[in-house]
Ligand binder design. Structure first.
Ligand code: 3H9
Length: 741
């Protein structure tokens, strides 16, 4: 302490001005101020302080300044605004993925210069330190964080691996097992875990900059050798320990990150940390990084990242659009959907009033909610205390008492227009004038429901996906009268619930289900034509779909599509091919999993087992209809089903019920189990080549009939040699289509 005081005296005597001094390089997102001989280096590059070239340049200048100025004894690096550094600028990585030579900031030298500084550098983290952000932090001598900060290497979610030496420094700090877990899963860890793992040195309370500077002074005072992460070997495994760890890591990647290349590749780079000197390990990381970043998977995953964020850009909704602040929600209907939505709201900290027509229905709904929470506890997702807290937020009641206090009312009764209209009119009488009234429907006409209310501007469709407490997608259905304020509120609520809200137009089935019908029925025609449900499902899961379509139908319940077939009067056009088997299965009561049998049969373990009775039924109905059955390759199955999805997607887009092809992709990635590494059906079509897709669709049209009429937009783009991505760019800012008649 004495030495520190003496030094301070010497410094203030020399400069004549102790304390505060600001040095802000012109126009740089990085500034340096000094506070009592500690340099505070602030990265201010909104929204998330991503590491673009200007940030890296600014950091390099600031580090040079710290090295040069004898008055500075220590430095703190901190992020301005809501976060530390959330990674490299993904826009730059996108350019790199598509072939540009630039896009990855050169980090080796700046990181080495930080590590080589003879003065302590403390990284002060709040918000998220992700990807390049954590890599920057690991080059500091010390790391401190506020209690709710999170740190991670999420690069694999973008199809890449850490590219700024993270695979070499992370295992040196946290050990190989933990590094593998973090890099393969891509999941961030919380400050407390990071402290236990050795990733950070201290959790600090109160003002982060003040606490970090105090810590920096303490470290400067201690005058002990500065720890350089790259020189550490104490946490690296021995040559004997390493193979088992790597094998476990690769198994983890294959099991939990099915079909993804980067989670396997990152283990190769991590291996180098334990087998090569630091600089050679970095070289290996670079090679693996470049192979990954140029891959098709990286292109698709980076596209999906921006597609998801872009979905919230909606014409007419700006930063100034006034969204209602939602803190209390009322839900009508305690069935599967209502209960799931109640859980999603309670999980997000919202207060919920849940109502149903009878006490019995309410009790049954609550029992299901409790059972679902018990499963979450058993799986370690929630503690019993967390569940109690959530259940306390759900107030169950019969009737609409207190509904006048709700900011948002969600009607979630089953798909029956008359009932939904009756409820819309009743809610109109109790809801506050600014309360948003949402209807959870998967197919019904929002405008017809809104017409039953006196304030249709506050009526919106919120199409949640089952189970609503788990599935990320919410289609936000804009009716003819829905106001921009209502849409802005719906988008904010979706985000608050941790979901992806995609605004869609009001057509039968909206976007997701409208596209799913031709996909689902084509799969059914395929089995009539000679494939088995199991073959079709296997071809689709091998393609990357989370589930095969017959397994999905069994899970959703065959009666759901049956009801929709009748409600929407599907297959009524003259000459339309009507599926033969699904109605027959429904008439036999084979409604899917809940009945123990549908397309498959199910035992107690709910595993789908092919059923000879179903195969016999298919053969009988097909031969009765004069169909000559034949076998199909997996490639044919994929084309017949996925191209049906794409063709309908092109129609939806052309008719203006989706704002962008990218929105369709977000819907399919977050709600229908389409593989993220293929980017979504429309991006996949772009990659195959729209001309190739169009030619195939046209051939199906010739061979299989009018249901395969090529979508005019697909034909047009194919002829012009353009892509759906180019179409999106040309149409930026377009409105949704006029509502359905
Ligand atoms: C990497 O670091 C590679 C290195 O190893 C190599 C180093 C050389 N870049 O999600 P939000 C934008 S790979 C550019 O809505 P939230 C985003 O597009 C990177 N932009 O907010 C959006 O813009 P807009 C590793 C980015 O609060 C806005 O920020 N890092 C980046 O829900 C708000 O985003 C990651 O993978 C970025 N890195 O969530 C982290 N990050 O308003 C990726 C965000 O114009 N990011 N934006 O639509 C995230 O996970 C979330 O954005 C985060 C905030 C958790 C940070």
């Amino acid at each position: 302490m004495e030495k520190w005081k003496k030094w301070k005296k010497w410094k203030s005597g020399r400069s004549g001005a102790p304390g505060y001094d600001v040095r802000v390089p012109q126009k740089s997102p990085v500034s340096l101020t000094t506070h009592d001989h500690v340099a505070l280096i602030t990265i201010d590059n909104p929204p998330v302080n991503a590491l673009g070239p200007e940030v890296v340049d600014g950091l390099s200048q600031a580090i040079a300044e710290v090295a040069r100025d004898p008055g500075i004894r220590a430095a703190v690096v901190i992020g301005a605004g809501r976060t530390f550094v959330a990674g490299a600028d993904i826009k730059g990585l996108e350019q790199l993925a598509w072939g540009s030579e630039t896009g990855l900031p050169e980090m080796h030298d700046p990181l080495q210069r930080i590590e080589d500084l003879p003065k302590p550098v403390v990284m002060a983290m709040h918000g998220t330190a992700l990807g390049g952000g954590l890599e920057l932090a690991m080059a500091g001598h010390y790391r401190v964080a506020v209690p709710d900060a999170q740190m991670g290497q999420p690069e694999v979610n973008l199809g890449i691996i850490p590219g700024a030496e993270g695979t070499q420094r992370l295992p040196r700090l946290v050990g190989m097992d933990k590094a593998i877990e973090m890099c393969v899963s891509g999941k961030p860890i919380k400050a407390r875990d990071a402290l236990a793992a050795g990733l950070i040195d201290r959790i600090v309370e109160g003002d982060l900059a003040t606490a970090a500077m105090a810590f920096a002074r303490e470290m400067a005072e201690a005058a002990r050798p500065l720890p350089k992460t790259r020189d550490r070997i104490d946490r690296l495994p021995s040559r004997e320990q390493l193979p088992a760890m790597l094998q476990a890591g690769r198994e983890l990647a294959r099991k939990t990150r099915r079909n993804l290349e980067a989670p396997l590749a990152v283990v190769d780079a991590l291996e180098a940390a334990a087998t090569l000197p630091f600089d050679e390990g970095c070289q290996k990381e670079r090679e693996v990084f470049f192979t990954c970043v140029r891959s098709d998977q990286a292109k698709a995953l980076i596209y999906a990242f921006f597609a998801e964020r872009g979905a919230s850009r909606v014409p007419g909704v700006t930063k100034d659009t006034r969204a209602t602040t939602v803190s209390s929600v009322a839900i009508v209907g305690a069935g599967t959907m209502g209960g799931g939505i109640a859980m999603a709201c309670a999980n997000a900290g919202l207060n919920v009033r849940l109502t149903d027509a009878t006490q019995g229905a309410l009790d049954a709904g609550l029992a299901t909610i409790k059972k679902n929470y018990d499963v979450s506890v058993a799986r370690g997702r929630f503690t019993p205390a967390m569940v109690d807290e959530r259940l306390a937020r759900i107030q169950a009641q019969v009737g609409y008492g207190g509904f006048d206090k709700a900011d948002l009312i969600i009607e979630a009764v089953f798909e029956n227009m008359a009932l939904k209209k009756e409820i819309a009119s009743a809610l109109d009488a109790v809801a506050r004038p600014d309360c948003i009234v949402a209807t959870n429907t998967s197919t019904l006409n929002i405008d017809e429901i809104a017409a039953a209310a006196r304030r249709p501007a506050t009526v919106v469709g919120l199409h949640f996906f089952s189970p609503a407490n788990v599935m990320r997608l919410v289609e936000i259905v804009r009716g003819a009268a829905t106001s921009s304020e209502t849409i802005a509120t719906a988008l904010t609520v979706a985000k608050r619930l941790g979901k992806v809200g995609v605004v869609v137009g009001n057509c039968p089935g909206f976007v997701g289900n409208r596209m799913m019908f031709p996909y689902m029925y084509e799969a059914q025609f395929l089995v009539e034509d000679g494939a088995t449900p199991e073959q079709v499902d296997r071809a689709l899961t091998d393609f990357g779909m989370a589930m095969g379509i017959f397994a999905v139908d069994d899970m959703a319940g065959l009666d759901v599509a049956w009801r929709v077939r009748k409600e929407l009067n599907q297959f009524s056009e003259p000459g339309a091919r009507k599926p033969l088997v699904s109605d027959a299965l429904c008439e036999m009561g084979r409604f899917g999993q809940k009945a123990g049998k549908g397309w498959y049969q199910y035992g107690a373990d709910r595993k789908a087992v092919p059923d000879a009775d179903v195969l016999a039924l298919i053969e009988r109905l097909a031969s009765g209809a004069g169909i000559t059955r034949r076998s199909f390759t997996a490639a044919e199955i994929v084309e017949r089903t996925i191209y049906a999805l794409i063709n309908e997607g092109a129609r939806v887009l052309d008719e203006g019920y989706a704002l962008r092809a990218a929105d369709i992709d977000v819907i399919y990635l977050s709600g229908y189990g389409f593989p993220a590494w293929r980017g979504g059906p429309m991006f996949y079509a772009d990659r195959v080549g729209l001309n190739t897709v169009y030619e195939r669709v046209a051939a199906f049209h010739r061979d299989l009939g009018d249901r395969w009429t090529p979508a005019p937009l697909l034909e047009r783009l194919a002829r012009e040699g353009r892509t759906f991505q180019e179409f999106d760019r040309s149409r930026a800012g377009s409105e949704l289509a006029a509502p359905r008649a």
